[in-house]
Design a protein around this ligand. Structure first.
Ligand code: NDP
Ligand code: 3PG
Length: 496
């Protein structure tokens, strides 16, 4: 159970503490924030509403700890991360239970999130050892006018303090995907967990504590973002922001100033199905891609663009699979579980009603019980409907019928979002032409969009993000290049 056993110091009465300076603390504010269980719609946990002073103190500790951590040998940093991975595996059940209660993630997927996070940490430790131990030697005489009289040595150095802000849908995995690359590279990290998912994230943070990370190097602060969000993201001690979430990220990026940003924002991932596609394969991927975790993935299939000639049979196959999805509570491992909040359910409903009123065809009866929305395929969607462009982040997939490939590509490239997309066809040439034409971070050929495997580059264009993730790229983004140039009085040519 949450807050028991080795996790008992996380809780004080009915409120979870925050983690600062290597200790679990109750906020001086005496205030808390509720974490609402999406299934019961009742308060499941309370977390501390920290104060501005507590934010400031956390950054002071982080700065100090980072200076010492940057001097810890790489192999020791890697060793500490391997300990965290082992602890995450050891405590996967309790962390997964929090995910079930806080974000209604199905029980099996919740465990998978924790295991995937442990694997991520192990891989990052190993990748860090490989790539951070390599620097570059540059010779000057390749550039006109130069002799070989200087040597440039460049390597990657830490940025300082990284502010990590993950979203509700992967509160553990999208925390460690910021923490591990930052730490292996010699940075300190302050995590601001999502309110829904905070308790799972705090348990994950405790694994860093149990692994013996130096005090102040890793901290977790829970705040009311409407009061302290700006204070955090514009804090002068922050040297990098790694944010995953919705459009809030755009406002954060505009205010951030001269620091590196890694922003993974919304998506409207399109699935283009051409007339020569394997329709069983396409239908299976539309259902898996559109409805896993009830569509609450940035990489969910959020619009299907089907060529007219195959659209009827594709829709029929997708509907047959939707009929087999189980709907219910996350504890029972149902395929479709309640969406994260009432606000989210209301928003999804507004998109469905807008499409219905404008003449779209709903293949299933629209059903909602509390935050539980039953899976829905919305056909005959046209560009004037909101659902053609907005991301529902729920178990609702729109279908737009297209006459030409160009029409499909044009729709994708007109979207403000450009995270991933996919194309189904039996012709690799057509697939590559579509992939080249789509101005999108990643295109999957004959499979639904997905972030993993986690060392693959993962990036969004336009309003979907800044920078690139994936283990190797994240380590790169959490460091900067530093050069030392050795100037010599005379030129020296090897063997010359
Ligand atoms: N591209 C990607 O990799 C991903 C993108 N997403 C996108 O995220 C959205 C859903 O996730 P959701 O969690 O609702 O996204 P939000 O943007 O609402 O929140 C993301 C995080 O930002 C915090 N936050 C909100 N406002 C502020 C602020 N003013 N200052 C600082 N922090 C703030 C939230 O805290 P709090 O919870 O306390 O509000 C949360 O921790 C969707 O649009 C989805 O597409 C999601 C996952 C991955
Ligand atoms: O937050 C998200 O939705 C992800 O980054 C997508 O990850 P997934 O493709 O592994 O679900």
């Amino acid at each position: 159970m949450a807050g028991t056993g080795v996790f008992s110091e996380l809780i004080d009465g009915d409120t979870f503490r925050f983690y600062s300076d290597g200790q679990w603390k109750r906020s001086a504010s005496g205030q808390s924030l509720p974490v609402i269980n999406p299934t019961t719609r009742r308060t499941q946990y309370n977390i501390s509403a920290c104060t501005r002073e507590e934010v400031d103190q956390m950054f002071v500790s982080a700065k100090e700890a980072q200076r010492a951590w940057a001097r810890v040998p790489l192999w020791k940093r890697a060793g500490a991360l391997h300990k965290v991975a082992a602890l995450l595996r050891q405590h996967k059940d309790v962390i997964a239970e929090c995910l079930v209660k806080e974000i209604a993630k199905p029980a099996a997927d919740s465990k998978t999130e924790v295991i995937r996070s442990a694997d991520f940490v192990d891989y990052t430790a190993e990748e860090g050892i490989r790539i951070l131990s390599e620097g570059k030697l540059l010779l000057p005489d390749s550039f006109p006018g130069n002799e070989r009289n200087k040597l440039c040595l460049s390597s990657r150095v830490p940025l300082g303090v990284v502010l990590a802000i993950p979203p509700f849908n992967y509160p553990v995995n999208l925390s460690v995907s910021k923490l591990a690359p930052a730490l292996i590279a010699g940075n300190a990290v302050v995590v601001k967990p999502p309110t829904q998912g905070a308790v799972a994230a705090l348990h994950m943070i405790h694994c860093f504590h149990l692994a013996g990370f130096p005090k102040g190097l890793v901290s977790a602060i829970t705040v009311n973002v409407s009061e302290l969000g700006d204070i955090l993201t514009t804090h002068p001690a922050v040297n990098c922001i790694s944010f995953t979430g919705g459009n809030t990220g755009i406002a954060i990026a505009k205010r951030a100033g001269m620091i590196p940003l890694q922003m993974e924002l919304g998506g409207k991932d399109a699935c283009i199905v051409l007339d020569d596609a394997d329709l069983d394969l396409a239908a299976a991927n539309i259902v898996k891609g559109g409805f896993s975790y009830s569509g609450q993935r940035c990489t969910a299939v959020k619009v299907v663009l089907a060529m007219d000639s195959i659209a009827d049979s594709l829709v029929e196959k997708v509907n047959a699979k939707i009929a087999k999805l189980s709907v219910g509570a996350p504890e029972t491992d149902a395929d479709i579980t309640p969406v994260v909040s009432e606000n989210s359910a209301n928003f999804i409903e507004s998109l469905v009603m807008d499409a219905k009123q404008r003449g779209a065809k709903l293949w299933q009866e629209y059903r909602r019980e509390g935050n539980l929305i039953f899976p829905l395929l919305i056909d005959q969607v046209r560009p004037e409907m909101r659902i053609a462009w907005e991301e529902p982040f729920g178990p609702v997939v729109p279908v737009i019928r297209i006459r030409t490939i160009e029409e499909g590509v044009h729709h994708c490239n007109s979207s403000r979002y450009a995270l991933q997309g996919c194309v189904f066809t039996n012709s690799i040439h057509r697939a590559l032409i579509v992939s080249d034409a789509m101005e999108t971070g990643t295109i999957q050929i004959n499979s639904a969009p997905a972030r993993g495997p986690d060392h693959f580059p993962f990036q969004g264009f336009r309003d979907s993000g800044i920078g690139s993730q994936g283990i190797t790229n994240s380590i790169g983004m959490m460091t900067k290049v530093k050069s030392t140039v050795i100037n010599m009085p005379v030129s020296s040519y090897t063997m010359g």
